[in-house]
Design a protein around this ligand. Sequence first.
Ligand code: HEC
Ligand code: HEC
Length: 281
Amino acid sequence: MKRLIPILTLAASLTVALALIVPAHVAVAQDGHGPESDDGGGEEHAADELAPYRGAALYAEFCQACHGPQGEAAGDGPAFAAIAYDPETARAIIAEGLDTTPGDGALMPAYGEADGGLLDGAQIDDLLAYMATWDTGDTPPLPAPNIHTEVERVEGFSGDPAAGAVVYAASCYGCHGPEGQGRGVENFPGFAVSGDTLGVVRTGTGSDTMPGFSAEVGGPLSEQQLDDLDAYLASWASAEPSKSGGSDIPEGTNVLLIVMGAAAIIAVGAAYMSQVVRTET
Ligand code: HEC
Ligand code: HEC
């Protein structure tokens, strides 16, 4: 009979752990970025209908910075090319990247996981499904960018930081993550805000991978938008303590914390029970 008690405790701990872990996974899937987001759950048809919508979210995050909302080119410079969409070649270009004219300050970065990017095959399918709607005219709207809604205004910057957050979300987030910490893969590095940052944003780094965004060099951003972006980037420095909280993979981190918490509960439970058993024998 006494043996039942530790077993029951363990069972209870596991139930609690599962109850915590399962919703976390669902949250990752619903977020649309998680790898689980594409298991059609048997409803093939419904899943296909949603593909352009999932693709629109991915396009808004990763592609509109250079290609504009519907592939029409975001600016005049070589990095902001229009997409002449051909589904046969587009898949390979999205996955592997493209640089037909090295040294011209522009390339198409590789987005496929196998080439140091962030997208799996199902996500590239979703992107293609979205891009295919440009021809049919049945194009879903791009979702609003994922932005900071309350932005601290820092002395000495004339721009509007809230407007700058919108600029950042559309033009920078896809490659640099929520607060410039990078996206955890080689192609999409982090950057630290300094006095030079806006200069780099204006003209680019001189490599083919980070284009200049000011209208002067053929980029999509007006002087007003650059001022706004400057004011927004300044707000990160003043909110320094929260920086680590803005991790690019919060869901994954949460799952890890929950698993560790559950393990701790189980360990404490087990230690307690072994104590009880020992004192009783
Ligand atoms: C840094 C800006 C940039 C971003 C961001 C970007 N591209 Fe590109 N893309 C380019 C450039 C530049 C080219 C042309 C490269 C060349 O020809 O050397 C290109 C070419 C392409 C082509 C081939 C165009 C054609 O006419 O053959 C496709 C398709 C494409 N991109 C899709 C995408 C998708 C989808 C995304 C988002 C996942 C994306 N791009 C993100 C800059 C970008
Ligand atoms: C297509 C992906 C892409 C986009 C979009 C992009 N960057 Fe970059 N950025 C890079 C890469 C890659 C580097 C690394 C430097 C290099 O390879 O030239 C970089 C470098 C930088 C640097 C210099 C970092 C250093 O340590 O020298 C800054 C600052 C920067 N980016 C800010 C921005 C801002 C702000 C935006 C939005 C206006 C932006 N980037 C948009 C890819 C991108």
